[in-house]
Design a protein around this ligand. Structure first.
Ligand SMILES: [Zn+2]
Length: 443
């Protein structure tokens, strides 16, 4: 039993409650009481007390779309002519990288580095989309081990694709099914699972059919890239005379358990399908800008009632960074400084929590009784008044990663006073760098 006291609590509950000089009681991996510091200390005299010295306490940030496997691309030189189009970026970089991930060590160290960096930027949970076509069976177990070793909550899946032929496509389907069944059987509170699909452009009708019936049998939704680049639309029209959302919808891919990633090149009819099926869209602004694919129609989706969350797509492990860019991009895109405020606040503070709630038994992204104790403590002393309505603007304009002081996940401190409690970051990064150096020789 622990009390985090003498803190300013941003609950992110429906009333946007802000508790001055508040305290949180944690029992096991959950929050079991909230109140004033004095009240909780009197009520629970035997609890271990942590004096937060007026630090700001917020629910941990949640990353709704990540690729942990992308780490070894950092600083890597690509041979030949630089890719000029999105499809070329996939072929010359990402597909080359995922085909060459062949060892347990490579997959493990690719994963632990961004998990550690995520914690340092206040991220307590990630929904990952994995590919390692050099080693498919058991790859999700390696990611699960990495996430548990570092202490991060994760939802894992393998991106099924036909890009490397029938055998690997089949292996990737089996990896999803096996892992989903395993996480159900050996349930642990840190790991969730779903069914991954790469994207319409690398999936045949036959494979989509098979994945659809497999997901139905398992009672799960999908995690799939949707119309990220214009190439996905062109390919879909060629294959099926249908646009991407329409084509995927024909195979029953969308539901309120499905994460549709990007949705950059979609029209009004496709937005309506997403709204009707209650699919969850994840926006990744930095990745979209970096790949020069375009900007998702956030306003149009929001107006149609589509729930939009926020991810990083492997571009960065930092949700703080993603939120800051998400905040300014729609202003530029729509030529209107009013756009992006409420939409982005809801993505980060509300919808990501709803998405994670589909995969776990207790609420996330909120400080309330019964929620998982996934909490970030900020070394930020506001130089202007902080109230229940303006925390988001303090976050966008004033809070940087240097403010992340301590992070608790599942009731345990993984970072305490800027120090990791379970791991040696320097040693892990040194080892990762050695492994990455050898990996580059294969590319
Ligand atoms: Zn992605």
């Amino acid at each position: 039993m622990k009390i985090l006291g003498n803190s300013e609590i941003i609950t992110l509950n429906d009333r946007k409650e802000f508790i001055h000089d508040g305290a949180i009681l944690i029992e096991g991996n959950k929050i079991t009481d909230i109140g004033s510091t004095d009240t909780l200390r009197i009520k629970y005299p035997h609890a271990e007390y942590f004096n937060l010295h007026h630090k700001i306490v917020v629910p941990g940030f949640l990353n709704a779309h990540m690729h942990l496997y992308s780490t070894f691309a950092r600083g890597m030189t690509l041979k030949g002519v630089p890719p000029a189009k999105f499809k070329e970026i996939l072929e010359k970089l990402w597909w080359k990288l995922d085909k060459n991930l062949t060892t347990e060590e490579e997959i493990y160290y690719s994963a632990v580095v961004p998990l550690i960096e995520g914690i340092k930027s206040g991220t307590t949970g990630i929904i990952d989309h994995h590919a390692s076509f050099g080693l498919v069976p058991g790859s999700l177990d390696i990611l699960e081990k990495a996430a548990i070793d570092i202490g991060v909550r994760s939802v894992l899946c393998y991106e099924v694709s036909d890009r490397w032929g029938k055998d690997l496509s089949k292996q990737s389907i089996n990896e999803n099914s096996r892992f989903i069944e395993k996480t159900r059987k050996n349930k642990n509170s840190l790991t969730g699972s779903t069914f991954g699909l790469h994207a319409s452009l690398t999936l045949s009708n036959e494979t989509l059919e098979e994945c659809s019936s497999e997901a139905k049998r398992l009672g799960v939704g999908f995690h799939v890239h949707v119309a990220e680049g214009i190439e996905d639309v062109e390919n879909s029209l060629k294959k099926s005379k249908k646009r991407v959302v329409d084509r995927l919808n024909n195979f029953g891919i969308f539901s309120n358990k499905t994460l549709a990633i990007h949705c950059v090149h979609i029209n009004k009819d496709e937005i309506d399908i997403l709204a009707e099926t209650k699919a969850m869209v994840v926006h990744n602004p930095e990745s979209n800008m970096n790949n020069a694919v375009g900007v998702a129609p956030l306003l149009e989706m929001n107006d149609a009632g589509v729930l939009i969350g926020l991810g990083t797509d492997g571009y960065t492990p930092s949700m703080l960074e993603s939120a800051k860019v998400a905040y300014i991009l729609p202003k530029l895109n729509y030529g209107d400084p009013r756009i992006g405020n409420e939409i982005v606040e809801n993505m980060l503070f509300k919808n990501n929590g709803i998405f994670f709630g589909k995969f776990f038994d207790n609420p996330l992204g909120i400080i309330k009784k019964g929620a998982f104790a996934d909490i970030v403590m900020l070394d930020y002393y506001p130089p202007t008044p902080l109230n229940e309505n303006n925390f988001f603007y303090h976050l966008i304009f004033g809070i940087r990663e240097s403010a992340i002081d301590s992070v608790m996940i599942n009731g345990e401190f993984v970072l305490l006073n800027k120090k990791f409690t379970k791991i040696d970051e320097e040693e892990i990064n040194y080892k990762a760098s050695k492994i990455a150096g050898k990996f580059w020789e294969k590319i």
